[in-house]
Design a binder for this molecule. Structure first.
Ligand code: R5P
Length: 296
C-alpha cells in the first residue's frame, strides 16, 4: 500500500527543490534548527510534533564527509521523537565510485557507506546514482531504494536549447546516460575512451564526429567532480576546430573551482538541481517525487 508522507525536512538541499518536492508530494516543510556548537559538534532541535509521521529528509550529500554526521543525527532525532518512517532523499548519492578494490589494501567505501545509511534509514531515494560495477543499489543497500532518472529532462532541455546537437560521452561509463538522452532527444551520439592517470589527470580519445558537420557538441556525464574529464574532452573538441561545446552534468560537484575553469572553456555549463549550483537548469523534483511515492 502506498505510504502517506507527512513532511519533508530539508538538510542542505536546494530550497527550490524542497519547495517543488513539497508541492508534488502535497506535504509541508518540517521545521527544525541545525547549527554547530563552538567546538563543531552538531546541535539539532525539531520544532514540531513528529510523533507517528512518515518523513522524508532531503539532503544534499555533495561534500559527504562534512554532511553525513548531521544527517544521521537528524534521522535519529526524528525517530527518537516518534517518527514512524524516516526516508532519505539524496538526489546525489556519494561514495558510489569506489566500487572495487583498485589497489591492494583499499577500502570498498561504497559498500561501507551503503551499510551505514541502511542502518539509519527506512528507505533511500536518489537520482541517477553512479552504477558502474553494481547493477542495482540493492546490491549494497539493505533498505528499499528507488532511483529517478534525469535523461528525459536533459533530452527536453537539449531539444529546446541546442540546434543540431551531437552528444558526446567522455567515457564508457557515461554511455548509459548519453545513449538514453540521445534516444529521447533524437540526436546522434558518440562515446570516447577515457584513461584515468590520477584524481586530477585523465586523457580521452579523439572524438570522431566528422559525420555530423555543423552540429553542436553536447558533452553529457553523470558527475562533474574535478572537472578534468569535461575539460580534457573540451580540449579534444577544440583541437578539431569545433565550436564551443555545451557541458551537461547531472551532478555538479565542482571540486576545487572546477566550475570556474569549465565556464571559461564551455559555451554553456548546465547541471540538474540535484546539487544546488548557479548552473542548475534541469529540475529533478518530478523524478525524485515519483521515486519517493514508489517506496513501500
Ligand atoms: C566517472 O566515470 C564519472 O562518470 C565521471 O566521468 C567522473 O566522476 C568525472 O570526474 P572528474 O570531473 O573529476 O573528471
Amino acid at each position: 500500500m502506498a505510504i502517506i508522507w507527512h513532511k519533508v525536512f530539508n538538510l542542505h538541499g536546494s530550497g527550490a527543490l524542497a519547495r517543488s518536492l513539497c508541492r508534488l508530494l502535497d506535504v509541508e516543510n518540517g521545521t527544525f534548527e541545525c547549527s554547530a556548537f563552538p567546538d563543531g559538534e552538531t546541535y539539532l532541535r525539531i520544532r514540531e510534533d513528529v510523533d507517528g509521521l512518515n518523513i522524508v529528509i532531503l539532503a544534499d550529500l555533495c561534500r559527504p564527509d562534512r554532511r553525513t554526521l548531521p544527517l544521521l543525527l537528524l534521522a535519529e532525532t526524528l525517530r527518537d521523537l516518534g517518527a514512524r518512517r524516516v526516508v532519505l532523499a539524496a538526489p546525489y548519492l556519494p561514495y558510489m565510485r569506489q566500487d572495487k578494490r583498485f589497489n591492494q589494501g583499499e577500502g570498498i567505501t561504497s559498500r561501507y557507506f551503503a551499510r551505514l545509511l541502511s542502518h539509519y534509514f527506512d528507505g533511500l531515494v536518489t537520482v541517477d546514482p553512479h552504477l558502474h560495477r553494481y547493477g542495482d543499489l540493492s546490491e549494497i543497500y539493505s533498505i528499499p531504494t528507488r532511483t529517478g532518472h534525469a535523461a528525459p529532462l536533459i533530452a527536453d532541455w537539449i531539444a529546446a536549447q541546442v540546434d543540431r546537437p551531437i552528444l558526446v560521452g567522455p567515457d564508457s561509463e557515461s554511455e548509459q546516460w548519453v545513449s538514453a538522452v540521445a534516444r529521447q532527444a533524437d540526436a546522434p551520439f558518440t562515446v570516447l575512451t577515457k584513461t584515468r592517470h590520477g584524481d586530477r589527470e585523465v586523457s580521452v580519445s579523439m572524438p570522431i564526429i566528422d559525420r555530423w558537420p555543423n552540429h553542436t557538441p553536447v558533452l553529457v556525464d553523470d558527475i562533474i567532480s574535478s572537472g578534468h574529464t569535461m575539460l580534457e574532452t573540451l580540449s579534444r573538441l577544440e583541437a578539431l576546430g569545433l565550436p564551443g561545446a555545451v557541458c551537461i552534468g547531472i551532478h555538479g560537484i565542482f571540486a576545487e573551482g572546477a566550475d570556474t575553469a569549465l565556464n571559461k572553456k564551455a559555451a554553456r555549463l548546465v547541471t540538474s538541481n540535484a546539487i544546488p549550483h548557479p548552473s542548475n537548469a534541469i529540475d529533478i523534483a518530478g523524478p525524485l517525487a515519483e521515486s519517493i511515492e514508489m517506496i513501500e
